[in-house]
Each structure stands twice: as structure tokens, then as C-alpha cells.
Design a protein around this ligand. Structure first.
Ligand code: MG
Length: 352
């Protein structure tokens, strides 16, 4: 079967500088992939994560040579996975996710079914998504809070000296559900004091309070606080999960961390087997990557699929939100995301 693959870089621009405890950015340099076979196109997206030493340049180079890793039979995802592991080892999850995503999109289109139907999932059983407020000055965070008025669940990025002042000010203005993500930004003692205070502000859960590798610290913290704690930077693959049971209450799964929809489904199963709850999250991604992930939404407890909403130049359209911020899974075949621009043509469309 002849397969043609095109790979292009594309910079997503953010509405606001996006800041978390360790870094800030105004753009996301993602990589898009188009796979064509039998006159059918499948699309994939990679959002390289600097925190894990993945770069857009390397992702472009890897995907540019990826045609040789694609099995003759595109339905044979099992062989794709073993080839990717053989060629790239445990690294390059964003590139793996992009290639696998494009093939799932192709398979869904070839069979004329949306992915959630291919997997037998109930599209009505989808949690509300949170909307993220990046770390910023208190004034700017409150301005963003106003703009996010339609979102019933907010995820607040913390990890500064002003954390409690920020939550107190936000809580004064809204009774919406609040989740907090410290992005590894606290020490043990700081986490203990802050999480106890966050409980009094009615915060629902706290994500990644301590550095990814500090599992001993998590054991110490777990014994001292009673808010649900979710792992994000601490968990990348199914094999990471067993040791987190008892230290965290749940895990945040992202396609760009685990390398695709298949490994994400494995992680959901392993988390369940260990009594952990599941959040499905994202990086700054276009509607393509977000819609691909949304097909797994019926399997999870919490959703944080807002990356595309933070951008100003999304080259795809895809999943829409209901008035209660529940993703409405597209009925189109495959991922169901539509290209809005001539992304793979010779000229990059500058403004959409
Ligand atoms: Mg996080």
C-alpha cells in the first residue's frame, strides 16, 4: 500500500503569555503530519514538550523519516507500536502521538466511523472540561477569570509566592469549581501549608505539587493532606502507574506524554486497576490534537482539554463545547477535525 507523508511546522500563537511555575511562552511550535493512502487523508499533530527535551526541529526530522516505520497494512497498529519503540525507544512521545493519530484518523475515515464509535464508547458520558488560567499578576488573572465566565470549572496554575492571595481573590469572585496545578513548583513544607489552605477555599484537587521524581515527598505529603492529588509530570507510561498508587489519587494522561491514543487507553486501564482516577489533559494543541484526545473522554473522570482555546490561529476545527463545557464529539469519520487552511500546500497561510 503506497503511503505518502507530509510534515510541516506550524506556530500556534497564544492569546496570552502562558506561564506555569517553571516557564512562560507566547507561542507553541507544533508539527503537523498528513498521511495519504488510497485517496484518504489522515492528520496528526505533535506538540513537542521542552520539559522532556523534545524539540520541534527533532520532531520534524523524525516524522520526515517516519514513512519507513509505517506498516504495509495501515490497520496493523500493533506493528506500528513495536516499530516505533524499536526505532525511538521510550523517547519522542509527541512524534509517536502524531503518527499514530494520523493512522487512527485514516482508519476511522476508511471505515467511515468516528473513533469513539470504533472503540464502542458512549459520547453522552463525557465530563466537563476545565479552562486553564496561566500564572500571572493577580490583576491579569482576575481579568482572565472574567473572560472565562462561561466555563464552570477552572484550572488555576500556581507556583509563586502569591499563590494563596490569587486563590483567595478568585474565590471571592466566583463559586465555580477550582482545580490547582502547581507544575512541580512547591517544596514539601510549602505544599503542605498551601494545600491545607486551598482546602479551605474549596479547591477540588491539586495537580503535581512536588517535583516529578520526589515520590518519597509525595508519601510524606499524602499522609498529611486530604485533598485529591493528581500526578502529571510524574507519569508518562503505563509502567509509571503502579508505584504512584497510594501516593496520588489520580493521574493526568496526555497524548503528548504517552505517545498516542493506544498507550493512553492502556494507561486508563492500568490506572483503574490501581484504584486511581483519570484526568485527560493536553498541551497547547490545535483542534486536531484536542479532538483526537476527546474521543477518549467517555473513559475518564476529569477533562482538561482546553489547549486549542488558548490559541488565536487554530488551523483546524473540531470538537465543540456544550453550554456546560462538555465536549460534543464530532460525528464525522476518524478524528472528525477539519483543516481550515492550506497547511500542507506550498505556501503557509499567514493569517486565518
Ligand atoms: Mg499539569
Amino acid at each position: 500500500m503506497r503511503v505518502d507523508i507530509r510534515v510541516v511546522p506550524y506556530t500556534l500563537h497564544l492569546r496570552y503569555t502562558f506561564r506555569v511555575s517553571r516557564a512562560a511562552s507566547d507561542t507553541a511550535d507544533n508539527v503537523f503530519l498528513r498521511l495519504q493512502s488510497e485517496g484518504i487523508e489522515g492528520y496528526g499533530e505533535a506538540a513537542p514538550i521542552r520539559r522532556y527535551a523534545e524539540s520541534p526541529e527533532e520532531t520534524m526530522a523524525l516524522l520526515g523519516r517516519a514513512a519507513e516505520l509505517v506498516p504495509e497494512d495501515l490497520f496493523d497498529l500493533q506493528s506500528l507500536r513495536s516499530r516505533l519503540e524499536q526505532a525511538w525507544g521510550a523517547r519522542h512521545a509527541p512524534a509517536k502521538a502524531a503518527l499514530e493519530m494520523a493512522i487512527w484518523d485514516w482508519i476511522g475515515k476508511r471505515l467511515a466511523v468516528p473513533l469513539y464509535r470504533l472503540w464502542g464508547l458512549n459520547p453522552q458520558q463525557v465530563p466537563r472540561t476545565s479552562f486553564t488560567l496561566g500564572l500571572d499578576s493577580l490583576d491579569r488573572m482576575l481579568a482572565k477569570l472574567e473572560e472565562a465566565a462561561t466555563f464552570p470549572v477552572l484550572k488555576i496554575k500556581l507556583g509563586s509566592q502569591h499563590d494563596l492571595r490569587i486563590i483567595e481573590a478568585i474565590r471571592k469572585r466566583t463559586d465555580r469549581a477550582l482545580r490547582v496545578d502547581a507544575n512541580e513548583g512547591w517544596t514539601r513544607e510549602e505544599a503542605l501549608a498551601k494545600i491545607r489552605a486551598l482546602k479551605d477555599f474549596g479547591v477540588e484537587l491539586v495537580e503535581q505539587p512536588l517535583p516529578a521524581g520526589d515520590l518519597e515527598g509525595m508519601r510524606w505529603l499524602r499522609d498529611r493532606v486530604d485533598l485529591p492529588l493528581f500526578a502529571d509530570e510524574s507519569v508518562h507510561s503505563p509502567a509509571d502507574i503502579p508505584k504512584l498508587a497510594g501516593l496520588f489519587d489520580g493521574i493526568n494522561i496526555k497524548l503528548m506524554k504517552c505517545g498516542g491514543l493506544w498507550p493512553a487507553r492502556e494507561m486508563i486501564a492500568v490506572a483503574r486497576a490501581h484504584g486511581l482516577q483519570v484526568m485527560l489533559g493536553c498541551m497547547v494543541e490545535s483542534s486536531l490534537g484536542i479532538t483526537a484526545a476527546a474521543h477518549l473522554a467517555p473513559l475518564v473522570d476529569y477533562l482538561d482539554l482546553d489547549g486549542h482555546l488558548l490559541t488565536t490561529d487554530d488551523p483546524f476545527t473540531g470538537v465543540q463545547l456544550s453550554p456546560e463545557a462538555r465536549p460534543i464529539l464530532p460525528e464525522g469519520p476518524g478524528i472528525g477535525a477539519e483543516l481550515r487552511a492550506d497547511l500542507f500546500g506550498s505556501a503557509r497561510v499567514a493569517a486565518l
